[in-house]
Design a protein around this ligand. Structure first.
Ligand SMILES: *[C@@H]1O[C@H](CO)[C@@H](O)[C@H](O)[C@H]1NC(C)=O
Ligand SMILES: *[C@@H]1O[C@H](CO)[C@@H](O)[C@H](O)[C@H]1NC(C)=O
Length: 197
């Protein structure tokens, strides 16, 4: 049956709307219902990136009644490995301003490390630095890196962050301050260089 004039107008109008929608939705924004482009201002970034340098000491306590690093897993062959290959430790290590254990606490290193090499003492580090001081309180930096513990300076990647460290990327340099061969406890100096919003 032929369309009446008003029906024709209506269907033409609907087609124009449809093709306009199709055009804008295909040419301007991709058809993703879970993503959209934003300007930096919309997520609160009004200025250029900041570059920060953080300096602190990391206390890895494996001995005594209150260890901050505990082994949680090992392979059946770990005991036979000169490098402890396969051992995994969970950590909640204090981060302090100075190297003394009584020094002011500024945060903690929470995560794990695992012996990842069969030929040298080398750890895979997967941890968050969570800070407790002033404007940094509650903000985190995420570290993922290779830590050859007997090398003078080890460099690890900062792969992200939260709070004041949103959009973080950078690197951390670790240098052993003291290592107690008897107990296995270590104090490590960290210098962290990070760009963030
Ligand atoms: C491996 O070492 C752990 C801790 O030192 C010990 O408890 C365990 O019995 C050892 N296992 C073997 C197979 O030697
Ligand atoms: C850090 O934040 C926590 C929880 O929001 C609060 O309890 C604590 O007092 C804060 N610490 C400092 C040093 O501001």
């Amino acid at each position: 049956m032929a369309k009446t004039f008003p029906q024709l107008i209506t269907s033409t109008f609907l087609m124009i709307i449809f093709f306009t929608f199709l055009h804008t939705s295909t040419s301007e924004t991709p058809q993703h219902y879970f993503s959209q482009n934003l300007s930096p201002e919309e997520v609160g970034i009004f200025k250029q990136e900041t570059l920060s340098h953080l300096h602190f000491y990391f206390h890895d306590i494996v001995s005594g009644p209150n260890p901050t690093a505990i082994q949680v897993a090992r392979a059946p062959t770990t005991n036979m490995s000169s490098t402890g290959f396969g051992a995994v430790a969970m950590i909640d290590d204090p981060l302090t301003v100075g190297p003394e254990s009584s020094s002011k606490l500024v945060g903690r290193a929470q995560g794990l490390y695992a012996a990842a090499s069969q030929s040298e003492a080398c750890l895979l580090m997967v941890m968050d630095f969570v800070f407790m001081e002033g404007k940094y309180n509650g903000s985190t930096l995420s570290v993922l890196g290779r830590n050859a513990v007997f090398s003078d300076v080890r460099e690890m990647a900062i792969v992200g962050g939260s709070g004041v460290f949103r959009f973080a990327r950078g690197y951390a340099q670790a240098k052993t301050h003291t290592f107690n061969i008897k107990t296995g406890d270590a104090i490590v100096e960290y210098n962290v260089y990070v760009y963030h919003s």
